[in-house]
Each structure stands twice: as C-alpha cells, then as structure tokens.
Design a protein around this ligand. Sequence first.
Ligand code: NAD
Length: 483
Amino acid sequence: MQTQPQASHFVDGQYLEDTAGDLIEVIYPATGEIIAKVHAATPAVIEAAIASGLRAQKEWAALSGTERGRVLRRAADIIRDRNHDLSVLETYDTGKPYSETICADATSAADALEYFGGLAGSLTGEHVQMGENWGYTIREPLGLCVGIGAWNYPTQIACWKGAPALACGNAMIFKPSETTPLSALKVAEILVEAGAPAGLFNVVQGMGAVGASLVTDPRVAKVSLTGSVGTGRKVYAAAAESIKHVTMELGGKSPLVIFDDADVEAAVGGAILGNFYSTGQVCSNGTRVFVQKGIKEAFLKRLSERLATAVIGDPMDEATNFGPMVSKRQRDIVLSYIEKGKAEGARLVAGGSAIEGNGFYIQPTVFADVTDDMTIAREEIFGPVMSVLDFDTEEEVIPRANDTEMGLSAGVFTRDLTRAHRVISQFEAGSCFINSYNDAPVELPFGGSGLSGVGRENSKAAINYYSQLKSVFVRMGEVESPF
Ligand code: NAD
C-alpha cells in the first residue's frame, strides 16, 4: 500500500505542500521503518486553512440541516466501502492490529458521520410561550472549530469531532497527532468526495506548536482536544484568552470493580478489553482492577490462561490481536512504569518486558497485590499494564475507586443488579459500564469528569458543544417603560 500521502496537508479541497515546515517522519511501529514523511504546517499553510475554513463555513451554514446531513451520510458510506484500505492505513499509522482497525476505527468514524448526518435535519431551537408574549431560540453554529487529536484512534477522533461540528453548520481544521498524521487526510478527501465544500474540513500537520497557533487565533470559535491532562491544561488556558468554547477529552486512571458474585469469564473478558485492547492505549481503560478477595484466585488464574492465548505479532496478520506500542518513546514510558511497579513491591503475574526486535512490542503485563499508593495505581500509563488490587467490601471499594483526580470511566462486574446500579451511582466518572468495559457507541455521550475533561462527544449531547442558542423575545402588547 502507498503510505506516503500526496502532500502533507489537505486545505481548501486539495492536498497542499510546504516543505519549509519541520520534517515529521512517520514510523510503522511493528518494524520501526519510516513509511511516510510529512511537514509541519507553516504560518502560510495555517493561514490558508483558516481563510478557507471561514469561507466554507458560511456557505455550509446556509444549507438546510438535511442537505448537510446528506453529505455526512454519503461520507459514512464511502468510508464503509473503503474500510479495508482505511484500516490497513490505520494499522500502518498506529501499529494496532488489522483485526481491530477493521472493526473499531474507520467503522466508528462512519458511525459518527451517519449518526450526526441523521441528526442534522432535526436540529432546532424551541418555542417558549410566556402569557401573550413569547420567545424562541435559534440554534446557531459556533463558526470555525479546531480539532486536535491524540494518536490512538486517529480516524475515529477526526470524525467524533468533525461529524457533530459539521452537522451543526461549523467548519473544522483538524490537526492530527504528529505520531499518526496519515488517516485524517483520508477523512478530508472523502468529505470533499461526498460533497462538502472545499475548506470545510481541513487537515494540517504539526507538533504542539501548530496546535497552539490554531488555538490562539482569534478567528477560531472552538477547540476540541483529545490528549493528555498536561496538554489539556495548556490548551484550555490558551483558549480562555479569547473565551473560546472547549471540549477536553483527556486522560484517565479508571477503576474496574469486580465483586465475588461476578461471572468470572465475563469479568476476565472485561478486564482484558479494558487493559489490552489497542495494546492498552485507550484513555478510558480500567487500569485499576479492584477484585473482591473471594474471587481473586479464580480471576487471576483465568486471566493468566487467557493472556497466554494472546496472538502477538505482525499487525497485518488477521490472527494477530495484540500489536506493538505506537512509538519507541511510548514503549519506553511504559517500561519505566513496569520497573516502578516491580520496585514498589507489586507482584508481577504476567509479562513485564519488552519483546526483542525492531518493533515497539511489549508483553501484556499484569501486577497483583497492588496497593492504592503505588505509582502504577496512581498515574496514567497508557500501555498494556493492568494493576489488580484487592478489596473486602462495597463500602470500602467505592472511595478507593474514586480516589483519583481524573474521572473518565468506571466499570462494575456483579450479578446483583441493585448493587450494580448503586455502585454506578457513586462512581465519580463520566462513562460507566455494567458487566462490560470500553463500549463507546455513538448513541451514548462520551467524556469525563475531574481532570479527565469537560464536555461530551457523541450522542445528542455533543450538539450542545458545537452550537449556541440565540434567544429572541417577542412582545405582543404595549412596551411599558418608566418614562
Ligand atoms: P498529547 O497530549 O501529547 O497530544 C495530544 C495532541 O495535542 C497532539 O496532537 C499534540 O500535537 C497536541 N498538542 C500538544 N501540545 C499542544 C499545545 N500546547 N497546544 C495545542 N496542541 C498541542 O497526547 P497523546 O500522547 O497524543 O495521547 C495520549 C493522551 O491522550 C493520553 O493521556 C490519553 O488518555 C489521552 N486520550 C484521551 C481520550 C479521551 O477521549 N478522553 C482519547 C484518547 C486519548
């Protein structure tokens, strides 16, 4: 497959190059080979993206919601038709196994385009009667939005941000992570093919500095970031300068609580999905697995048995279900956390090392007997490292599960329905799961509380973060004024 894009950026309906920008080498994580080279956006590229975005937004907002929705739904169909090629490209970009990308990346992007495309025609304000007087609200787009992505779900993130933004009548400039710049370009291409006006969805490449120059531009109305808490703080502060709207999808250190009465197979499956899918590079992962003492041995036994069946290898092989880390840098960060886990006295029960070779592979790793104060139980690792912590009672585990400044996700496994809902109601987290983990359908809001962020993606809730209401009061009688 041709992994080198035609040019680095996609602006005003076409590929655009400016080799004066810093060189970014794109590396295939499975082999360490350079598979493409792009350049960071120069001020001239950024200016072209902003100017064309502003122009396209006006044209786009003048269409009816149904007309806008039609374009988004057409784009969803094209993405589904090309799912294989897009998934191969996503696998090159991220190293995630094709067995995952074929069902979780472009397809999730298509779901977002389809869902928000369907919603676009029914976005309305409301009528409010107040005696003989009345009022109404007009739901208006914000204008030019900026999306900034992380590297774990490049296509999905582009569309989770782009689809609701466009449905509401906005334009978007998307800056992918410098680690995975390839697939968002395809989304931009496909939107134009589906009928979006040139400039409506521009993609510019670059490191944090390019993101920062977009965030500080006064012509930009909104910023939606998916990234770490540290970057979130910077972007939120920069956006505050010009009082921009923001959505922040940041990191997590989420709890997964497994009670004695849980179905062991289901709980082990949930813990695997919540720790090892995408080689552990998922923000909502339930990396603190609290296991009630009565089920602990059975849980660890089945977990070890099932981990031994993981197929680690060539991500393009359809049988592979565990790929490399996205980069050498990320692998080294994860390895340093594993060393901290060992040094602080956690018991290593699986994995614990890098896998020899040129790729950035690491074994799926499980620590047991982890305590709340250990570094591996406190900091986001963003890799395949599960911490298993023991607990005795429901009363004890809830405050421990909530003992994190982040609050992205939380899950519970139990056969006791009442307890499941009681526990969920006490979790301080935005996206929760009962007898499941990490499902993120477009129909449900996704996002966190605390340091995990502000705002929600997906579902009807996302509309509120990409539109604003204008209120209109209509007086039917005389105007009464004091003089
Ligand atoms: P990161 O914070 O390093 O980078 C995210 C993006 O921000 C990149 O595109 C980067 O270039 C850009 N950026 C960096 N500095 C910037 C600045 N000053 N101004 C503007 N943009 C800037 O994150 P990452 O390493 O790419 O991704 C991993 C992190 O993302 C993890 O913490 C993970 O939990 C989080 N994440 C969150 C979600 C979610 O939905 N909550 C989803 C995926 C990943």
